[in-house]
Write a protein that binds this ligand. Structure first.
Ligand SMILES: *[C@@H]1O[C@H](CO)[C@@H](O)[C@H](O)[C@H]1NC(C)=O
Ligand SMILES: *[C@@H]1O[C@H](CO)[C@@H](O)[C@H](O)[C@H]1NC(C)=O
Length: 219
């Protein structure tokens, strides 16, 4: 089809005030864009950190009656045993790896890059970190789950066996219930060094998150 170009617009970027020696790549949730997150990151700006908030491509989402919206991959159901868009998840992870490569070319070593995200974006950040050979500084996974968890084990982990993970979840999350966060952290502890995983839950917090953690925990 002529002009059918699925690639999303360029990421929203908050440049470092000084020379960037580190970066945060943060992936938004379903139906959102990177703009709001970039604004939030601008509020916590750290002088040597560049913040990159890419936008997901627009695609039909099965869960939402095939309505087209920004989505990193298709979501078929929200229960832990729901079918998953394996092809879409892997393709999305490749696009994030390409984004990391681009920053490495820009002069920021991958071990100074934190990958993170909220909800579907957090899920993608976890999957990407576990399957990439790029050594990362850490992952901040907010209100999310681990995609394709049955295909993941110690043996498939790339360069990030000792990666620092900060996982946060609202105890009153009606969309991605806390139990998914708990299942995720348990699974992560079987694959990674448990000493490197921090799981924080927040009483009365719904499906929402704060950008504040993203920098202070890692840099
Ligand atoms: C889609 O657009 C991007 C950015 O404008 C461009 O780099 C890419 O080559 C295009 N892809 C196709 C298949 O036309
Ligand atoms: C992971 O934990 C080990 C201790 O078990 C520590 O030596 C290492 O520095 C930690 N890695 C990170 C990235 O914090």
């Amino acid at each position: 089809m002529c002009g059918n170009n699925m690639s999303a617009p360029l990421p929203a970027i908050v440049p470092a005030a000084r020379k960037a020696t580190a970066a945060v790549i943060f992936l938004h949730g379903l139906g959102d864009t990177g703009h709001g997150w970039a604004e939030a990151m601008a509020g916590i700006r750290t002088p040597h950190v560049k913040y990159i908030c890419p936008h997901a491509p627009v695609m039909p989402v099965s869960l939402n009656m095939n309505m087209a919206m920004p989505s990193w991959f298709d979501i078929i159901g929200l229960s832990p045993d729901a079918e998953e868009d394996e092809t879409g998840i892997k393709k999305a992870a490749e696009s994030i790896k390409a984004l990391i490569d681009q920053e490495v070319k820009n002069g920021i070593p991958s071990h100074r890059i934190v990958l993170g995200g909220f909800s579907q974006g957090g899920a993608l950040s976890l999957y990407t970190a576990l399957t990439t050979h790029q050594k990362l500084a850490g992952v901040v996974a907010l209100s999310c789950w681990l995609p394709l968890r049955n295909s993941l084990s110690k043996s498939v982990i790339g360069s990030n066996k000792e990666i620092a993970i900060l996982q946060c979840h609202g105890e009153a999350d009606p969309l991605v219930p806390l139990i998914f966060g708990c299942l995720t952290v348990e699974k992560l502890k079987t694959m990674l060094n448990p000493n490197n995983i921090t799981f924080k839950t927040y009483a009365r917090m719904p499906h929402s998150a704060s950008a504040m953690f993203v920098t202070t925990f890692f840099f």
